[in-house]
Design a protein. Structure first.
Length: 102
């Protein structure tokens, strides 16, 4: 699992039957800023994930990849390898709160 920020969405009108009706979001993985250890920062990479929780742009989310992405009732029959499984409220690391929703 990893943390990521939702940065956008993907619209695809032509896709396999199983993917019809699935919300696709672009996410950027996050990590603890190594300079101050008091905030999260982006890694510069992007992934496309199926949204299973109703996340929106700008939110910090919890992502699973690989076979774990197909372990929910909503995703078990989908040809995917990344899914959003949670919206993050706060993150504590190194004895400090590095993220908290406003």
């Amino acid at each position: 699992m990893f943390l990521a920020k939702v940065t956008g969405s993907v619209v695809s009108t032509q896709k396999v039957q199983q993917m019809r009706g699935q919300k696709l979001l672009i996410v950027e993985p996050l990590r603890v800023d190594e300079k101050d250890r008091k905030s999260l920062k982006g890694t510069g990479r992007s992934f496309i994930c199926v949204d299973t929780v109703g996340a929106g742009e700008g939110e910090t989310v919890l992502i699973v990849q690989g076979s774990s992405a197909r372990f929910t009732d909503d995703t078990k029959m989908l040809p995917i390898d990344a899914a959003i499984i949670g919206i993050v409220d706060s993150v504590e690391a190194h004895g400090a709160t590095v993220f908290k929703t406003e």
